[in-house]
Design a protein around this ligand. Structure first.
Ligand code: KG4
Ligand code: ZN
Length: 361
């Protein structure tokens, strides 16, 4: 059912918006943020764009585990069941009353359409009831904004390497609200490749963290053939590598040969990460950018973090890496970007806001 603002609500929202801008820097701005793009139901309260007062995450991992991956319909249902409680918990943890909220920010894409719709509908209803602005937030950009939480001095311009289950991109962050795509994957996202390799190895969903752990005790001893066509580009590809690993595992199994799972994880991970790190460093150097941030779920990976640290040190680039809780999906990052969108007068949504599954950067 469509939710239409009546004139009274529209006037109230407009007035609130004007008050926020007029009192900028004088009065605190509290943003309530909602994130439901995949398998985490999350709500957060963020003060003045940088201070996280609460960040509640209800993960569905245990629900999806038995299916070996996220089942979209199950995800939507679980979000519907959890969202009200998660939002209440976020308000309680922040010691903030609903009436103190100045704006509601919500992830409207990219992600699973049904899952996104739960968050968007809830946020719309809240903004309507409170008479406060509704701010739409791009999930991929929000991952980058997570870095503002723990780096008080970080400000654009800088370069970002976004690595998640759905995206792999190198972007130039030119302002708080604008990001320019430098390169991206031409096929699978890096997280997808991690999860697929893990699945073929019989590891539980989500496989990325398990591959990371096993790789620590392995050797980079297996050469997985990868396409060289993107060598000089900022784009990358992971589907060829993924297929090479799967073929290797299947051939070994057919021959009843023993698999060295740790070596497979280490060799796959080295191949997947090395090219990406060298492209990212080259992007920084060629664009004269001296700060790099990591973003997205795969930024939790210990090898990516280690290699980014080593290469940045070598090339005199300042590296920012979010703590693990801000790498994977969370509403705090949505609240941060929501605040900057609000202040820039961008992304202010109306009652016709819809979820967009394949929203570009
Ligand atoms: O950003 P995210 O939480 O969700 C998306 O927006 O996609 O990323 C989830 C992805 C999954 O593919 C998961 O396996 C991967 O991040 N991941 C990791 C690690 N922790 C999470 N991959 C490799 N190593 C990790 N330590
Ligand atoms: Zn994400």
């Amino acid at each position: 059912m469509a939710l239409c603002y009546n004139n009274q609500v529209r006037y109230k929202v407009q007035k609130k918006l004007e008050d926020i801008i007029k009192n900028r820097g004088i009065e605190d701005v509290f943003v309530l943020a909602i994130e439901t793009s995949c398998d985490e139901t999350s709500a957060a309260v963020v003060k003045n764009g940088r201070e996280v007062l609460s960040n509640i995450i209800s993960s569905q991992i245990d629900i999806h585990k038995r299916f070996g991956g996220v089942v979209p319909e199950v995800a939507s249902r679980s979000h519907t069941e959890a969202i009200s409680g998660v939002v209440n918990e976020a308000l309680n943890a922040a010691k903030i009353m609903l009436q103190q909220i100045d704006a509601v920010a919500v992830t409207y894409g990219a992600g699973l359409i049904g899952a996104l719709m739960v968050g968007v509908s809830f946020a719309k209803a809240l903004s309507y009831a409170l008479g406060v602005p509704l701010i739409k937030v791009n999930h991929i950009k929000a991952h980058v904004a997570a870095n503002y939480i723990i780096n008080p001095d970080l400000k654009p311009p800088f370069m970002a390497l976004i690595v998640s289950g759905g995206h792999t991109a190198i972007v130039s962050v030119t302002s708080y609200t604008e990001q320019k795509l430098i390169g991206s994957t031409v096929d699978d996202a890096i997280g997808e490749a991690y999860d697929k390799v893990a699945r073929v190895l019989g590891l539980e969903y989500p496989g990325g963290p398990k591959v990371d752990k096993l790789a620590k005790n392995g050797k980079n001893s297996i050469r997985f053939v990868k396409s060289e066509t993107l060598k000089n580009s900022f784009d990358s590809s992971f589907s060829g590598l993924k297929t090479a690993v799967i073929n290797y595992i299947n051939t070994k199994k057919q021959r009843s040969e023993e698999l060295n799972v740790e070596d497979i994880c280490c060799s796959f991970q080295t191949e997947a990460v090395e090219g990406l790190i060298s492209k990212t460093i080259r992007a920084c150097l060629e664009n004269n950018i001296s700060t790099l941030v990591l973003a997205g779920g795969v930024a939790a990976n210990s090898y990516i973090r280690q290699r980014a640290f080593e290469e940045c040190k070598k090339h005199n680039i300042t590296l920012c890496v979010p703590p693990l809780v801000y790498c994977t999906d969370n509403a705090a990052m949505v609240g941060v970007l929501g605040y900057y969108n609000l202040m820039a007068g961008e992304g202010i949504a109306d009652d016709d806001l819809s979820a967009v599954s394949n929203l570009p950067l």
